[in-house]
Design a protein around this ligand. Structure first.
Ligand SMILES: Nc1ncnc2c1ncn2[C@@H]1O[C@H](COP(=O)(O)OP(=O)(O)OP(=O)(O)O)[C@@H](O)[C@H]1O
Ligand SMILES: [Mg+2]
Length: 400
């Protein structure tokens, strides 16, 4: 019997590191084999500041996942994200001769390559190129131009670029933890892969992955990525506000933020928490109103920044499938409802799906990226497999 294949997603978040090992079962479905998490250390503003700490977090998460899965994870699809990621549109063109002719598969490859050939500053790297549409003699909206006749073939693509150094550091950290990086994948897209359906992507949908230090926005329309942006507010900002506002240690503030969703606003004066103070001061009682005064302005800021990004791209009031909030930060009590009220668009919480045997732990917005990395990895694997038959053997080489 053939040995099973495994696909590993490695999400290097700013708050948690997650390794997810999935097995490709006999029906070709992806089944969770093991998941491991570790607290992320060594990051600041989405960038690695201590390689050793990041390596340690990766090792811990991978070992925990391996223990459950009972197989080694040697290679992975690894997430990359944060404010250093930028999205830019580009267009490429190839001439088909003065008389015109039928478009061949090779022309499509060539025009796709041409659209990617932008001159990047030496410190930037192309992470991903998304095909949006092809144009034949200026007729746009073409998904597959092969066989169509014309004189000129063009391609519109959305390019996602990242800092070269940030990319290298991620690869180095993974390598030092014993993991070969099969591909780096933009975290926002990975999360979207896990939380929205192809139909929603077709209609038009905005996915916001609210992480620890920042939130990644990805807008889809007509089936492909149209815009990407990073918003410099994430869950940690809320925690810090609570810690400063109530003069309490970060872990206490984090606990209050989690419990905020359970508060009953019907009686806002009822004490909800006893908070340990910093230093020698006695513990204090915190009520709903006090928390509301701290949390809501930050939520309003996050939503204003999101609205500004949507507006910048011309999507402020016309996203047919609405806005999907995911990432751990999206679990903040009342955030989705507040977003719906202020943005005047349908808003839902995005829980990841698409794997067999996910259980409660993985069906949580905080695991959208990890699940999406595996789904995307599987897609890339299938793509390579269809391009050359050698990939399977290569994959087997990694997983034994
Ligand atoms: N129930 C909850 N209510 C409010 N916030 C929550 C809840 N659960 C998790 N969070 C917050 O989610 C944030 C972490 O989200 P997530 O795990 O998606 O981040 P990450 O992937 O590590 O970071 P990033 O994507 O920014 O690199 C933290 O700020 C955490 O406090
Ligand atoms: Mg994340």
């Amino acid at each position: 019997m053939a040995k099973p294949s495994y696909i590993v997603g490695l999400d290097l978040g700013s708050t948690k590191t997650c390794a997810l090992i999935c097995q490709l079962n006999e029906e070709g479905k992806l089944e969770v084999a093991g998941v491991g998490t570790a607290e992320s250390k060594g990051w600041r503003r989405g960038l690695i500041v201590s390689l050793d700490s990041v390596v340690l977090s990766i090792k811990k998460a991978v070992e925990a996942a391996e223990d459950v899965a009972g197989v080694p994870a040697d290679s992975a699809y690894v997430g990359i994200g944060g404010p250093q990621i930028k999205g830019v549109d580009s267009r490429g063109a190839v001439a088909l001769g003065p008389k015109g002719r039928e478009v061949q598969r090779e022309d499509v490859q060539k025009v796709f390559q041409a659209a990617q050939a932008i001159s990047l500053p030496p410190d930037r790297k192309l992470i991903y190129a998304e095909r949006q549409e092809y144009l034949v003699d200026s007729q746009n909206g073409i998904r597959n131009p092969v066989g169509m006749t014309g004189k000129r073939l063009e391609a519109n693509v959305h390019l996602i670029t990242g800092s070269l150094a940030a990319h290298e550091n991620i690869v180095t950290a993974a390598n030092r933890a014993g993991i070969v990086v099969l591909e780096t994948v933009f975290e926002g897209m990975a999360s979207a892969e896990a939380c929205v359906t192809p139909d929603e992507k077709e209609l038009g949908v905005a996915v916001v992955d609210i992480g620890g230090g920042s939130s990644e926005l990805v807008i889809y329309a007509e089936g492909s990525v149209r815009r990407t942006a990073s918003i410099p507010v994430g869950g940690e900002h809320f925690t810090n506000d609570i810690a400063v506002g109530l003069r309490t240690p970060i872990p206490e503030a984090e606990k209050m933020k989690f419990a905020w969703g359970e508060c009953d606003p019907a009686d806002p004066s009822v004490p909800v928490f006893e908070v340990a103070s910093v230093g020698e001061r006695p513990a204090r009682i915190v009520n709903y109103t006090m928390l509301k005064e701290i949390i809501e302005p930050r939520a309003a800021e996050l939503l204003e920044l999101l609205q500004a990004e949507l507006g910048r791209f011309g999507y402020e009031n016309q996203i047919p499938a609405g806005i999907v909030l995911t990432g751990g930060g999206a679990k903040l009590g009342g955030l989705a409802a507040l977003a719906e009220r202020t943005l005047h668009q349908p808003v839902r919480l995005g829980r990841p799906h698409g794997l067999e045997a996910m259980g409660d732990q993985l069906s949580d917005p905080a695991f959208a990226t990890a699940v999406g990395l595996v789904l995307r990895g599987n897609r890339l694997r299938r793509l390579h497999e269809s391009q050359d038959g050698g990939w399977k053997g290569w994959l087997k080489g990694f997983f034994g």
